[in-house]
Design a protein around this ligand. Structure first.
Ligand code: BMP
Length: 254
């Protein structure tokens, strides 16, 4: 089963479209592993997936600490995403994706800016051959995102002018990506990108809570999944925070 279907099934079964961004604060690797495990165990009933970033893999190590967390997620039927934002030449990209898939991740995040040939093609090949997913960055959530994703570009083939994020959304369709990241801080961009992707490529939206994005606006605009970190991980009661965010998101899910 493809990653896209696996995460859809988890969302249906858990009645949740919240992906936990497990980005705990700094500390020793022993402390980080304990803290991450505790938070994940507490919020498992309220989430449909887990996203891990490099700030956790670096101190824990890929094949020891990180795998312990992945196993816990897998035992609970939660698909896992490595937020490695792959962004290099194809040979290197394939090796990076291979390591993450071998460690047990179900999907990787990649940057469409590097293009297809000798860029992301090898990542899609290794992912598709092992039923793993590739999620593309289409419009990021931070304040500087318009500087890159919002630029107007000239298509090298058609010579037409188009916003960068529209070109990236079209690549997500052509390349059959399993998801597109669009910041919840830009609901108007979610709406526009959703009108291109429709239900073919689900939108994964980070940025609610700590970055100022609004759950209701992001969901109404067409986000399929919300990626949520600090609003849950830094809460005094992560389970309560996850449940609250999940309920609001469910209420406004399209
Ligand atoms: P938080 O909810 O604490 O802001 O965390 C959001 C998570 O999503 C972080 O792991 C961040 O690296 C990631 N992210 C993001 O915030 N914006 C993007 O555009 C893409 C991301 O991957």
């Amino acid at each position: 089963m493809s990653f896209k279907l696996r995460v859809e099934r988890a969302a249906h079964e858990k009645k949740s479209n919240i992906i936990l961004a497990l980005d705990p604060s700094v500390g020793s690797s022993h402390h980080l592993l304990k803290q991450s495990t505790r938070i994940l165990e507490e919020v498992i009933p309220h989430i449909c997936g887990l996203k891990i970033n490099r700030q956790l893999v670096l101190p824990l190590g890929l094949f020891n600490g990180t795998q312990k967390i992945l196993r816990l997620a897998q035992e609970e039927g939660l698909p896992t995403i490595m937020d490695c934002k792959i962004n290099d030449v194809g040979y290197t990209n394939r090796a990076i994706a291979d390591y993450y898939f071998k460690a047990g991740f179900d999907a990787v995040v990649a940057n469409p800016f590097v293009g297809w040939i000798d860029g992301l093609q090898p990542v899609f090949e290794v992912a598709k051959s092992t039923d793993r997913g590739v999620i593309l960055l289409v419009y990021m959530s931070h304040k500087g995102a318009p500087e890159g994703y919002g630029q107007t570009i000239q298509n090298p083939k058609t010579h037409n002018y188009t916003p960068q994020y529209v070109a990236f959304a079209e690549k997500a369709l052509t390349w059959k990506a399993d998801g597109a990241v669009v910041g919840a801080t830009y609901p108007e961009k979610i709406e526009e990108i959703h009108s291109i992707l429709k239900d073919n490529v689900p939108i994964f939206s980070p940025g609610v809570g700590a970055q100022g994005g609004d759950i209701e606006k992001a969901m109404k605009a067409g986000a399929r999944y919300l990626i949520v970190g600090r609003a849950i991980t830094l809460s005094k009661d992560p389970a309560e925070a996850a449940e609250r965010i999940r309920n609001i998101a469910q209420e406004h899910s399209k």
